[in-house]
Design a protein around this ligand. Sequence first.
Ligand code: MF3
Ligand code: CO
Length: 253
Amino acid sequence: MILIKTKNEIDHIRESCKIVAEVLQILKKNAAEGVTTIELDKLAEDHILSRGGKPAFKGYRQYNTPPFPGSICASIDDEVVHGIPGQRKLKNGQIISLDVGVLKNGFYGDAALTVAIGEINEDKAELMKATEESLYIGIEQAVAGNRVHDISNAVQVHCESRGFSIVRDLSGHGVGKHLHEDPSIPNFGKKGTGARLKNGMTLAIEPMVNLGKYEVKVAYDGWTIVTKDGKPSAHFEHTILINDNKPEILTVC
Ligand code: MF3
Ligand code: CO
């Protein structure tokens, strides 16, 4: 069931999303060669707590996974999403997806971006660019009256026409009262299908796009999703609200 949020609920979701956006700005500024992902995790957690929120991913479990240990997901190169923060130092030429969730007053916000560390090669730069563009192209489809897979199809066409692959096994999702709500929002699909979009829906749209093939697997840590072919992957995400028939991006400062 897709929840339609009340004005009051939206105010709370807005607040959580604003904190998410602030954290992503801090992370973007601090992600540099020599910095460890656990240091980024600490910066994120400190900011979230200082704003009266809680890191939404910490302790999160799905199916029979162990609880997620970090406040952020930090996924480097062939890691698609759900990378666990740790002592690894970032290196020149890497790309890293930084994913942040905040819970405040019982409501969630969720967003991610991919940043380049120093000088990256052209393949990675193009992958990042296409993935970010596809997020905004997908968001444009989030208008009342459209269907969920109109978003999916727009993302897919943009990325595949540039030679990249769409991860099949992971999707965007409704968000707000819970971190993951209906509907599931795949990044591939057929136009004109899926649930109808309505005002008051809050959605996390998150293209996950691979340079090589689309297949992924779970790494030995039980959380990190990596590409099977070892090639890099990019990820961008916003929480949006369908407001007055149009998409409004909530994860902005
Ligand atoms: N943005 C991701 C998602 O919506 C982050 C979840 S990480 C987890 O699925 F640890 F909370 F699972
Ligand atoms: Co998400």
